[in-house]
Design a protein around this ligand. Structure first.
Ligand code: ASP
Length: 302
């Protein structure tokens, strides 16, 4: 794809045209079409993952996606690396580059840490989540999933329920959904809501109001690891903001539920709901492989 960024730090790095192309690429990869996106056997690139925070879905899906495309995959082990001897991320990336690594998916707890590489990128970088800032590949796979479910965001209202203030997923997702014509209702206890919002975004502390307005529900985990202040709302969270099958069955509309994972069962969603047809989190997991294949192919096809 022409002009695809060497560093995918944010959804804002992509034009609407590039996002639509990624969605078509992911769709044809999922349909098993004979796409031109696979790497030639004599030119197999090297892709590494470097994760400074825990991950189940993002890291594994990048590993699978890279190998499905025919790339070599390196699971860079931060805990036994020289990052633990004080080497900087920049020196580490330069070392990987000179060893022949072509692209690195990085997850870091530090918001905005990857922006430093934009001016003179040591190698291709894909943001696998940085602090509370951005998680662009999650939002792209969510948008792909919505289209797969027949839910074009244009004119639809999305209730994003949970710890929005500390969520990098929310920032990336809101950017994509609003650019594609969606409206947003942020819902949660006041400690979890942003102080201010702009564009087609509203805030409410009332779950019932959010559920009445929305066509799609997107739930978020309470990001306990990022909380420093008091969190008195933890204990009552499930009662006030958690969803269960009975509650969903009582709604006039029957909105689907997405969740980026990991779900804390019994907090934001009950187990019966996660096992019900309302829940589309496993579709997101399936689609993550194809969207991440598209992103790797676009990045290394430069
Ligand atoms: N997996 C997502 C992330 O890394 C969401 C979460 O952890 O709650 O941001």
């Amino acid at each position: 794809m022409s002009g695809f960024p060497k560093i995918l730090e944010s959804t804002q790095d992509l034009s609407k045209g590039q996002i639509s192309t990624l969605i078509s690429m992911a769709k044809s990869l999922k349909e098993g079409q004979n796409t031109p996106f696979f790497f030639d056997q004599d030119k197999r690139p090297f892709l590494a993952t470097l994760f400074l925070e825990n991950s189940t879905r993002t890291k594994t899906s990048f590993a699978i996606a890279a190998q499905k495309l025919g790339a070599h995959y390196i699971d860079f082990d931060v805990s036994t690396s020289s990052l633990k001897k004080g080497e900087s991320l920049e020196e580490t990336l330069l070392t990987l580059k000179y060893q022949g690594v072509n692209a690195c998916v990085i997850r870091t707890p530090n918001s905005g840490e990857l922006a430093q590489f934009k001016k003179d990128p040591p190698l291709c970088i894909i943001n696998g989540g940085d602090g509370t800032n951005q998680h662009p590949t999650q939002a792209l796979l969510d948008l792909f999933t919505l289209y797969e479910l027949g839910l074009d965001p244009q004119g639809k209202t999305f209730a994003i329920i949970g710890d929005i203030a500390h969520s990098r997923v929310a920032s990336s997702l809101v950017d994509l959904l609003t650019r594609f014509g969606g409206k947003i209702v942020f819902c949660g206890p006041k400690e979890c809501l942003p102080k201010s919002v702009s564009g087609p975004v509203m805030l409410t502390e009332s779950l019932d109001e959010a559920l009445e307005l929305c066509d799609v529900i997107y739930t978020l985990r309470i990001q306990k690891e990022r909380h420093t202040g008091p969190t008195p709302y933890y204990d009552s969270y499930h009662k006030l903001y958690g969803l269960n099958l009975q509650k969903m069955q009582g709604l006039k509309k029957a909105p689907v539920i997405l969740h980026p994972g990991p779900v804390n069962i019994g907090v934001e969603l009950s187990k019966d709901l996660v096992r019900s047809p309302f829940y589309k989190g496993y579709e997101q997991v399936i689609n993550s492989i194809y969207m991440r294949m598209a992103i790797i192919s676009a990045t290394l096809g430069n």
